[in-house]
Design a protein around this ligand. Structure first.
Ligand SMILES: *[C@@H]1O[C@H](CO)[C@@H](O)[C@H](O)[C@H]1NC(C)=O
Ligand SMILES: *[C@@H]1O[C@H](CO)[C@@H](O)[C@H](O)[C@H]1NC(C)=O
Length: 318
């Protein structure tokens, strides 16, 4: 193509809706347990539905009954054992599940009842769960002397679990790590019969891919906590979420991530000596522009003229 073509691009159009349209939801009116529903979605779509914002919730453009969504508090990973899933109990000092099988839960604990980080209180030498953010209690820090020996220190200032963790990490090794009966007895002794935070915690309610939710839409007083079997989340037609036993049979909502075609109108003012009314010339311009935009944006861009170039001169433009 002859001559140098200078192009001024004005990008118009709307890209605001791109993200919410990337995810597409499907209502499957087939009552299954949560696990089987997830299997179905993973086979036919991508996964059970996740919602990262209220925009996502607006993507539900269909009628539905109470349905499973992809949020759960995997009961097998925390209820009876120190499992290794995203919802399992873990120790603050290594942010991982226990390396020994020692546990000293109070009877009927642990239970599920909160939607936020859960942490553990020692009460009369036994372990009891509470919310990491709400109540203030004294706590016990530990200092690692060597690989096996720990020195425990009682701190009488009442703190949230998170505040206590910060303090211990600053002045000691971490919040109390307890790996056997003898250590539990030492912490109990240090605690001087106060209720104290220890370093055990967990993150309940994660999406089926293990990620923690940034957005939740629980109904009032949910997740319930009245029945500790309720470990899977249901979306009601009101848009609110509640928890139910994962074994129940419910319809469900799957999601797929689909490729979105969106259009932008591009206004160009072209300064050139070439004859823009020549179809061969303006086709070549489009091709060059397309490939340049594709390179820049790393997406496939295809351009076409909405109106063919004309020779009309505009005032003020050479
Ligand atoms: C760890 O420290 C304790 C207390 O100082 C000591 O009795 C023990 O022998 C040490 N163990 C190791 C493996 O160094
Ligand atoms: C959730 O928030 C974290 C931190 O703010 C961010 O890195 C992550 O991308 C968010 N996840 C989603 C799915 O929006």
């Amino acid at each position: 193509m002859a001559g140098c073509v200078k192009v001024i691009l004005l990008l118009l159009g709307c890209c605001c809706c791109l993200e919410s349209h990337l995810k597409k939801y499907y209502y499957i009116d087939l009552p299954l347990s949560w696990i089987n529903a997830r299997e179905y979605c993973r086979t036919h779509y991508r996964d059970l539905a996740t919602f990262e914002s209220s925009d996502d919730m607006n993507g539900l453009q269909f009628q539905f009954e109470d349905s499973w969504i992809g949020l759960w508090d995997d009961p097998n990973s925390w209820r009876n054992q120190l499992g290794s899933g995203p919802n399992s109990w873990r120790w603050s000092s290594f942010e991982e599940p226990a390396k020994t099988s020692y546990m000293n839960w109070k009877s009927l604990e642990p239970r599920s009842s909160y939607d936020k980080k859960l942490s553990v209180l020692m009460v009369d030498g036994q372990w009891d769960e509470d919310s990491a953010y709400g109540p203030l209690f004294p706590f016990v820090c530990y200092t690692a002397v060597n690989e096996t020996a720990k020195v425990y220190t009682y701190i009488s200032n009442a703190e949230t679990w998170t505040g206590a963790q910060k303090y211990c990490r600053h002045y000691h090794t971490d919040l109390a790590l307890i790996e056997n009966y003898a250590e539990n007895a030492e912490v109990y002794l240090e605690a001087q019969s106060s209720k104290v935070w220890i370093g055990l915690y967990r993150v309940p309610w994660t999406w089926s891919d293990g990620s923690a939710p940034n957005f939740t839409n629980w109904g009032a007083l949910e997740p319930g906590g009245t029945d500790d079997k309720d470990s899977c989340a249901v979306l009601s037609p009101t848009g609110k979420w509640f928890d139910l036993a994962c074994e129940d049979s419910m319809p469900f909502i799957c999601q797929d991530i689909i490729q979105v075609d969106y259009k932008s109108r591009v206004k160009m003012q072209i300064q050139t000596d070439a004859d823009m009314t020549d179809p061969a010339v303006n086709t070549e311009i489009l091709q060059q522009l397309s490939s340049r935009l594709t390179q820049l944006g790393q997406i496939d861009v295809k351009l076409h003229w909405t109106s063919p170039p004309s020779k009309k001169k505009r005032p003020g433009i050479k």
